[in-house]
Each structure stands twice: as C-alpha cells, then as structure tokens.
Design a protein around this ligand. Structure first.
Ligand code: SF4
Length: 308
C-alpha cells in the first residue's frame, strides 16, 4: 500500500486507518517533539502527488477485509494541508464502495488562515488542529516554523475555522517540559481557547520515541494546567495493556527479533521489515511501554535495542 497504513490503535481515535499524502516528510514546521526527525523540506508551498484512482483502489482492497476502523485519518509523514485538493481526496475516500467511516484530518494549523484550505477541509468530519504555543516566543521554540508562518495567523485561522466548519474540532496541545508548560502560558492558552471554541482540548504528551530529546511535564504540573484550561480538557493516556497485546503481534515479534541481532533506527526497521514508518513508531511505542526494548543515541542518531 502506498497511501494507507493500519488500522493502528490510537490514543485519541480508537482504530485509525492512516492516510499518508506527504511521504517522505514535507512540512511547514520542524517541531522539537517530531517523531519523524528533521524536516528536509520546510515549506508552505502546496503540491500534488496523489493518484486518486490508485488511492481508491487501495482503500477498496482494505475495506474488503472488513477491518475494525473508527476513523480514516489523514495525517502521515508531514503536514497534510500542504497537499492540494484535499476536498477531492476526502470525497474520493468517502465514495469508495460502502465506506461509512468518518474522515479525520490532523493538521499543524499553519495554513488555516487560508480560506481556500478551510473550504477544502469542510469535507472532513473531524479536524484535529494543533496549537502548541500561546506566545510567539514559545511558538518559535517548539514548532520551529517556516519563516512566514506566525502564531497570529494560526490563531486567526483557528477562529475562522470554528465559524465555518460544522464538524467537530478537537484542539491538540503537545505539552513539553520547560518549553510550554508554565502556568503563565496555560493562562494565555485559556484566553485563546475561549476565542477558538473547540469541542474538546486534548493535552498530548511526548511519550512516543522522538528524534530529539524532549521531556514530559511533571504530573502535578499537568494537573494544574488541566485545571486552568477547564472542563473540556482531556489528557492523552497510554494504550491499555489489552490493546497493546492485540495489535501488530507479528510486526512486534519481527522487530524484537531484528533488534536482538543488531540495534536499528526507525528507518532501518521500516525498510527492512517493509512496514510504514508510522506503524514502526506504533510498535516501538508499545514495546517501550512493555519494557521489551529501549532507545539510545549514537553520533546524534537514535537507535533501538532489546532489553535482554
Ligand atoms: S507538524 Fe507534525 S510532521 Fe510537522 S514537524 Fe511538527 S510534528 Fe512533525
């Protein structure tokens, strides 16, 4: 499959069939917590790379297997709104066979100030936009955006999106210790949330393997931030042991077998085992939680190795 991976278990979306429009990574940001590593091509220029006929064919093959799917999620290896004609892609996904699954788009919000892009996004059922900073300085530190992207534009775009979009909006904030977890920043976030009016706010934590070393805020601090932000806030939790056990048993077994022979990077594993990068990430996440493997850095690169 070129465009789809999964369904993967998601802390936010249940079972999510991933759609990747931007592989290899193309993004307008280079977030310090990004799991995909550096952004080789930081841009705000939109591009077109999808063969819609092939995309429909792949989805049709997947649906014939009747997998459990809660959402079809457009996210992948970068910023999906950088792909042109998102509306046509979403319509194509919805038009395959007897597809009844809701479509979710996960975006870093950098292009939401553009009316044409907000119009394309109207085809989705759920949008999960990110807002990791409430002040311009924090925005630069955490998201390291393309030069013309500003926090002001992002906030303007999010407010306009809420007014125009009839589906659900879950605002996501990735909390990183020492960067955006002060109580002063939380108070500013609250003011912005009151203007943006999302249906829900999700506090995400960098618990999955990331390219750069970032730390989780302390539990007490998370609780205080949650209290400041109000009732509609959820903190993303770990996948349950039952879910971790159920998912990717073969892939996890192959990864452990591989890592017993030699340490490897995420890219090594994806290429050698012919898995999508995001599927490898999911497996590594579960294997680390289950203490089967650990990560370490060598000459600036992140490797994984078994614990025994
Ligand atoms: S927006 Fe997403 S893909 Fe882009 S750098 Fe940030 S975390 Fe990575």
């Amino acid at each position: 499959m070129d465009y789809f991976y999964g369904p993967v278990p998601s802390r936010r979306l249940g079972f999510s069939l991933g759609v990747d429009l931007t592989s290899p990574k193309v993004c307008s940001f280079e977030c310090i917590y990004c799991q995909l590593g550096a952004t080789p091509h930081k841009t705000i220029r939109r591009f077109s790379a999808i063969d819609l006929g092939k995309l429909k064919k792949e989805l049709s093959t997947i649906l014939k297997r009747h997998p459990h799917i809660d959402y079809i999620t457009i996210s992948g290896s970068g910023e999906p709104t950088l792909h042109k004609n998102l509306d046509k892609i979403i319509k194509a996904i919805k038009g395959v066979g007897n597809n009844k699954y809701p479509v979710c788009v996960i975006t870093n919000s950098s292009l939401l100030h553009r009316k044409d892009i907000r119009r394309e996004l109207r085809q989705a059922d759920l949008i999960i936009p990110s807002l990791d900073a409430a002040s311009p300085r924090t925005f630069i530190r955490i998201n390291r955006p393309y030069k013309s992207v500003t926090l002001k534009k992002i906030i303007k775009g999010l407010i306009a999106l809420r007014k125009e979009f009839k589906g659900k909006i879950w605002l996501e904030i990735m909390l990183v210790k020492g960067i955006n977890d002060t109580l002063a920043e939380a108070k500013k976030f609250k003011e912005l949330i009151q203007k943006i009016k999302p249906d829900k706010i999700q506090l995400n934590l960098p618990i999955r393997p990331t390219a750069q070393k970032v730390s989780l805020p302390d539990k007490e601090r998370i609780e205080k931030i949650k209290k400041i932000l109000g009732k509609r806030v959820e903190v993303a939790s770990l996948l349950s042991k039952k879910t971790r056990k159920k998912f990717y048993p073969d892939a996890k077994h192959d990864i452990v077998k591989f890592l017993k022979r030699r340490p490897a990077t995420i890219k090594d594993l994806a290429q050698s085992l012919r898995l999508h990068y995001n599927e490898v990430l999911k497996c590594l996440d579960m294997l680390i939680t289950d203490k089967k493997i650990r990560e370490y850095k060598h000459e600036g690169r992140k490797y994984f190795i078994t614990n025994d």
